[in-house]
Design a protein around this ligand. Structure first.
Ligand code: URA
Length: 229
């Protein structure tokens, strides 16, 4: 079978994605970079994408350092998406939970729907930690309100108790276990304050890798994948 066709069948990518990957020299056959999409592949050969053998491709789990200006979805007519930052076949890859376009930090991407559900579903209480830069100094009363939960009129319920660690008077770490629409910004707005900058540093036990620059990503380790349950 031709190499490009073989990639479509075994890596679940389109013919044009396969051709692109070949052109970008991401494909090796028996450790040799192959640039000819028509090369005949036999069953005894090992085909790799970015050094990953195809038989190991299957499900993907990545952590991405989302820069500001990118949207957490798979397509958008206004903004570049987090998927545009992924420089490898990304068929079926989705962000597990959303950050606002101006929020930076940790985004998990996967094509494993059940795993993503555990990250996002409030029932699994997967904690998300944010570094929040505020317009005004945080008050004791605001901390009490955040700890207690804040009533959101449109959802007709209170947010779950949040924990607050004050780093500086206008810089706090907020940990929440749900992901309501613009939740952090709305929680601080209810305390008569405004979020100036928002950065997600942690999801469950997975911390944003300090070696990643904005826009970079890496695969999750087995330990990180299994920490979401
Ligand atoms: N809460 C917000 O308000 N924005 C985000 O991007 C994430 C949490």
């Amino acid at each position: 079978m031709r190499l490009d066709k073989y990639l479509c069948h075994n890596a679940s990518i389109t013919r044009s994605e396969a051709k692109k990957a070949i052109k970008k020299k991401q494909i090796t056959v028996n450790d040799k970079i192959i640039t000819d999409p028509s090369l005949h592949i036999t069953l005894d050969q090992e085909v790799c994408i970015n050094d990953t053998p195809l038989k190991h491709l299957g499900t993907q789990y990545l952590m991405l350092y989302k820069p500001s200006g990118f949207i957490s979805s798979t397509e958008d007519s206004h903004y570049p998406t987090v998927i545009d930052l992924i420089d490898q076949p990304a068929r079926g890859l989705h962000p597990a939970g959303r950050l606002d376009v101006d929020t930076t930090g940790l985004v998990l991407l996967t094509n494993d729907g059940q795993w993503a559900h555990k990250v996002t579903s409030p029932n699994h209480e997967c904690k998300k930690r944010y570094l929040v830069t505020l317009d005004r100094e945080i008050t004791d009363q605001a901390i009490e309100m955040l700890n207690d939960g804040i009533y959101f009129k449109s959802e007709e319920r209170k947010t779950r108790p949040a924990s607050v660690k004050v780093i500086e008077s206008t810089l706090v770490e907020l940990t929440i276990s749900e992901g309501m629409f613009h939740q952090v910004k709305r929680m601080f707005a209810a305390t008569d304050n405004e979020v100036i900058e928002l950065h997600r540093s942690q999801i469950g036990e997975i911390t944003l890798d300090s070696n990643l620059e904005p826009g970079e990503y890496r695969p999750l380790t087995q330990h990180e994948i299994e920490s979401i349950h």
